[in-house]
Write a protein that binds this ligand. Structure first.
Ligand code: AMP
Ligand code: MG
Length: 340
């Protein structure tokens, strides 16, 4: 029998330690690391054969590469083409996989009272967060009238129609641009987990730059995940998550401009069109990775004031928020998972 549970691995974005394993067969852990979504992906797959682990790794890598291209708003994949069509005509055909993510994004936007919105493309573009290279900050925030126009289009949201047969379609105000950045990692991790299930992997943990998904396989195990400090002081806190649970973190530190000493971050407040100032970091644990991802983004917008209301509205149990002074709020469900 091979066991290697005692290894302690600290990942760039999250510290993960497999523990409490009880193993009845020749299951081993196979580690893989590659680049996708502009971050390092680290996956540990639990199965009996190295050959199977390798095949699954290749499939997973391909999934993420496809999604990276197809669901990125600003490149040349499917969503970018949908955006070009929406911009000109206010409508477009959409493939079913993307349409399903858009339907979920739309539903979660409503649930969040639009603290989360995937329709913010025109505003995000004005703040230049559509740029891949963020080394050269814009010289000034966008002007009030152009921001107002962009916000009016974004507030028009979008509608997706997915008929039982035939083509799915999206309609939106002309000039609309969809950006699913706030839910894309969760959606990609869901696809990744489905691939692992398809191959019959027994257990797995995938860390996509601090957004972590696990597989509810036959292999009994839970995981220890570290939450990074929003101001670069290593790991703030560690929690235990069960197989089949996922943990998503949003932060004002992930992408931001500094103009005249002030931080303008990539998460936009849909009510004002300005970068959110509600909190530095938000983490959500849930069995639905899209829900966890969208809620973490929404909580950054809502801040401490709206923390409980938003958790209830989004229907998440386990959430944690670090406000702008470093004060931490958390739900009792999140607290019960702290690994002290
Ligand atoms: P996350 O890291 O999951 O919080 O996603 C942040 C990304 O979501 C940003 O880089 C934008 O692409 C997009 N975004 C910005 N503001 C919002 C918002 N209020 N709701 C949904 N997505 C947003
Ligand atoms: Mg998110």
């Amino acid at each position: 029998m091979t066991r290697d549970w005692s290894r302690r691995r600290f990942l760039a974005a999250a510290a993960i330690t497999p523990f409490a394993a009880s193993c009845t067969s020749e299951i081993r852990a196979y580690d893989f690391e590659w680049l996708a979504f502009a971050t390092t992906i680290r996956a540990t797959l639990y199965c009996e054969q190295a050959k199977l682990a390798r095949a699954v790794f290749i499939a997973l890598k391909q999934d993420f590469a496809n999604i990276n291209k197809a669901w990125y708003a600003w490149g040349d994949g499917e969503l970018a083409k949908v955006n070009r069509s929406l911009f000109q005509t206010g409508e477009s055909e959409v493939s079913r996989p993307l349409a399903n993510v858009l339907v979920t994004a739309r539903r979660l936007a409503d649930r969040s009272s639009r603290h989360f919105s995937a329709a913010l493309g025109p505003v995000i573009k004005l703040w230049q967060f559509d740029r891949f290279d963020i080394n050269e900050p814009p010289v000034a925030p966008p002007g009030a009238s152009e921001l107002k126009n962009a916000l009016t289009i974004a507030n028009g949201e979008f509608q997706v129609s997915v008929p039982p047969t035939g083509k799915a379609t999206i309609t939106a105000p002309r000039g609309a641009m969809i950006d699913i950045g706030g839910i894309a990692k969760g959606a990609a991790l869901k696809v990744g987990i489905e691939t692992l299930q398809h191959f019959g992997i027994e257990g797995a943990i995938i860390d996509a730059g601090g957004d972590v998904a696990t597989l509810a396989g036959d292999h009994p195990q839970d995981y220890r995940v570290g939450i990074l400090s929003p101001r670069g002081r290593g790991v703030d806190e560690a929690v235990r998550i069960l197989p089949g649970e996922h943990i998503m973190t949003s932060g004002d530190y992930a992408r931001y401009w500094t103009l005249d000493g002030k931080r303008y971050q990539h998460i936009i407040n849909p009510a004002t069109g300005w970068p959110a100032t509600g909190a530095m970091s938000a983490t959500v644990i849930d069995k639905d990775p899209l829900l966890a991802d969208a809620t973490a983004t929404a909580l950054i917008v809502g801040g401490t004031q709206n923390f409980s209301t938003l958790c209830d509205a989004m229907q998440v149990q386990a959430a944690r928020l670090v406000d702008n002074n470093g004060i931490v709020s958390m739900t009792s469900s999140f607290r019960s998972r702290l690994d002290t």
